[in-house]
Design a protein around this ligand. Sequence first.
Ligand SMILES: Cc1cc2nc3c(=O)[nH]c(=O)nc-3n(C[C@H](O)[C@H](O)[C@H](O)COP(=O)(O)O)c2cc1C
Length: 176
Amino acid sequence: MSLDEDKISRGALETMSMLPPSPIALVVVGETVPDIITVGMVNLFSQRPPIIGIGVTTARYSYKLLEENDDFSVNFPTPEILSKVICCGSVSGSRVNKFEKCGLTKVPSSRIKSPKIKECILNVECKKIDSLEKGDHVWFFGEIVHGDAPASYDQKLALLHRDGLFWTIGQKLENP
Ligand SMILES: Cc1cc2nc3c(=O)[nH]c(=O)nc-3n(C[C@H](O)[C@H](O)[C@H](O)COP(=O)(O)O)c2cc1C
């Protein structure tokens, strides 16, 4: 592709599908029987205070749990557990226990009641602070109260996604 190439106009949905891939997360919500939902809609919203948001549609079983509970964990997987990510994104927690069904390990969180996922490289514990309906998704905002990552943590291990395709991060660039 050349930067001199003429551009083609695109519809809104096609434009959205062309955005660069972004992280996929496994969100865990609930204390006694927690559910896991795969979300592509995950973003940072504030640094001070540290706020992360996840977008969930009202059709999801986890939407009900997000409404009922005061916290959730946002867990970032690696490509090694892609099949588990797809499993959590294709069955409903209203019918199955996804920790058992998808083969993930529940670990107690440090600062919140919802547990976190052992197999993910980065665990982010959030206290729910707000929610906002926008179009076909409801955004749940959480203040980050704790995080866990291994000493050897490397951002390029994270699994990315856009429009049905999964990616990993390419090359890290030196700042000019
Ligand atoms: C790659 C991928 C990304 C997804 N992203 C979202 C998302 O951002 N928001 C959402 O509501 N559902 C998303 N889903 C769909 C839910 O994960 C799926 O419907 C899940 O089975 C809902 O589980 P639950 O009924 O237990 O909440 C995604 C699924 C996949 C496979």
